[in-house]
Design a protein around this ligand. Sequence first.
Ligand code: ZN
Ligand code: ZN
Length: 364
Amino acid sequence: MSSLIGGQGTGPDCKSPLLVASSAMRALILHGPGDLRLEDVPVPEPASGEVILAVLRALTCATDAKILRQGAHPSIVPVPAPLGHEACGVVSAVGDGALGVSVGDLMVVANSAPCGACPPCAVGRPSLCEHITYLSGAYAEYLRVPAPIVSRNLLPVPGGLAPERAAMVEPLACAVRGVERVEAGEGDEVVVLGGGTQGTLIAGLLAGRGCVVTVCDPHQERRERAIRFGGARAMDAPRDAAAIDALRAVHGDGRGPSAVVEAVGRPDAWQAAVSIVRPGGEVLLYGGCAPGTTVTFPTSPLHYGELSIRGSYHHTPDAVRAALAHLAADDAPYGELLGEPITLEEVPGALRAGSGLKRPVIVR
Ligand SMILES: [Zn+2]
Ligand SMILES: [Zn+2]
C-alpha cells in the first residue's frame, strides 16, 4: 500500500499545484557514455520502506559529469539508469513501513546510506560500509528514495532554508567528514590545496573551528571566494619546489603549517601536501585521484618528522546532520558555490560544460 497525493503541496516556492498525481514523469536517463536523454517514464511507486519525493531542486555535481563521460559508475545500476544524486523535494508517496515521514513533508536526502550492520558499520566507521545503498535519479520530477536512505539519511528541511541550499547537504557532508579527520584547532595554521567547491567548504569549516586557513588555488576568483568563506590568506597553487618552500616559509615561523588538506585530487598535489606540512604535522589526503594512479613520498620527513597522514571518503549519517545544521545556521556565503539555475533540459549540456559551479536544477 502507498499513498499518492493530489492538489497543493507545501514547498516554499509553490505557486501552482505541486504534487499532481500522474502516471508519467520526465526524467534524465543515462544510456551510455555521453548519452543522457530526457524521457517520459512511469512515476515510481514506493516499495516497502521507500519514499517518493516530488523534486523541487536538484544540483549538478562533478561526479555526475564523470558518470556521463564514463557511461557507468559503481553508484548507479547498469544503464539505462536515472541520473542525479543531490535533491530536495516534497514527499509525494510513502511506502509501508517508512516511519516518521508524511506526504507533503519538505525533505532533503543524502546520496547514500550505510547498512548499519556490516563490520565497519558495527565499529562506527559507516563511511567504509561494505553494503552502502546509493541514490540515483534526482534529475527527474519524482525520485525514489531507497529504504535504507529513508531510515538513515532523509531529513526534514529546517524552516526558512531554501531548497537549493538544503540540497547542498551531500557535498557539505563530505567536507564535514573530511575535517573530522583533521585535529588542528583554534589558532593552528592549515593550508588547503584547492579552492574548488570541496576545498572552499573545507576551508570554511576549518575557519569556523578557529583555524588560520590559507587556501591555494591558481584562479584569482576562487582565492577571493576563499577569503569570503573565512580564509585568512589565499595564495597561488604551488607548482614547484621553490613555491613549496615559499609556502612553508610564511607558516609556522618558517617551519610550515600544522596541517595541510589536499582537495585537488591529483598525485602531484598529494605529494606537495606532504612536502608543505611542518614536522609533527598532519596531512589529510581528501581529493580522489584517477583510478590506478600512485604516489611516492620521501621517507625521511614521514619518519623523522612523525607526520600523520589520513584519507577521507564520502560521509556519515552524523556528518549529513551536521552539514544540514551548518547550512541552516552558518553565515558562510554558500550560495556563491551555485551557478545560474537551469531546467532539466539543460542538465546534459551543463554537465558536459562543467563550469566548476554547481547548477541548481529547477524541476518545479
Ligand atoms: Zn555530489
Ligand atoms: Zn555497513
